[in-house]
Design a binder for this molecule. Sequence first.
Ligand code: PAN
Ligand code: ZN
Length: 201
Amino acid sequence: MDPKLDWPQVLRLEPRTGVVERGGVAGSRRLSGLAGLFSDREAERAAIAAGDPVVYDGMTAPIPMLEGHVGVATTRILPGSVGSEFYMTHGHVHVRPEGETYTCLSGRGGLLLRRGTSVVWIEMEPHFVGCIPPGWWHRTYNIGNEPFVFVAHYPRLSGHDYAPVIEHGMGARVFKSANAYAVVPDAGMRLDMDRGIGRHV
Ligand code: PAN
Ligand code: ZN
C-alpha cells in the first residue's frame, strides 16, 4: 500500500463554513438537484426559475477509499425555505449497513431519521452529536437564520443510496411555524421527538 494512505493526519474544520483546512473535495447541491423533494412544488419551480439557489455545500476530507478507514465530511446548509419547508439535504441510506455520526459545528438544525414507519427527530446545536444506526435513512434540516454546519464521520466505503428517499420520502417534513418549527409526520408514521433518547432501553 502507498504509505501515504496509511499514515495519521490531522484536519482542522472551520466551524462557520465547514471548510476542511487541510484539503478535500468540495461539492454543492442547488435546488434543481432536489427537484421533487419539497412539498410545495410551485414554490420549488419558481425558486429554480428565479436563480436555482445553492441549498447546501460541503467538503469531503482526503481519507482513502479503503476498507476500515473512517471518512470525515462537512455539510453547510444555508438558511432558507421552499414555501414554508426549511432547506434540507437530499437524504439517503448507506449501501452497506453501517452507522454514522453527525456533530454540529455551528447554527441550528435537526436530523430526521427513518426506519420503516418510525421517524425520529434530533434537534442539533453546537456540541450535540446525532448517532445514526445502520439501516436508518437520514436527512438534515437548517431550522435557524444562519448556516447550519455539521461534520459526519462514517465508514469510508458505506456508500449512498438516494433512491429510497426519492421513492418513499423521509416520513416527515419540517416547516416554519409560530413555535419556530414543526415536524409533521406523514399519515401512518410514528414520530419520536424526544431527541431519539431512551426508547430502546
Ligand atoms: C453526509 C451527507 C451530506 C449531504 O455527509 O452526504 O450531509 O446529504 P446527502 O448526501 O443526502 O445529499 C452523510 O450522511 N454521509 O454519509
Ligand atoms: Zn450518510
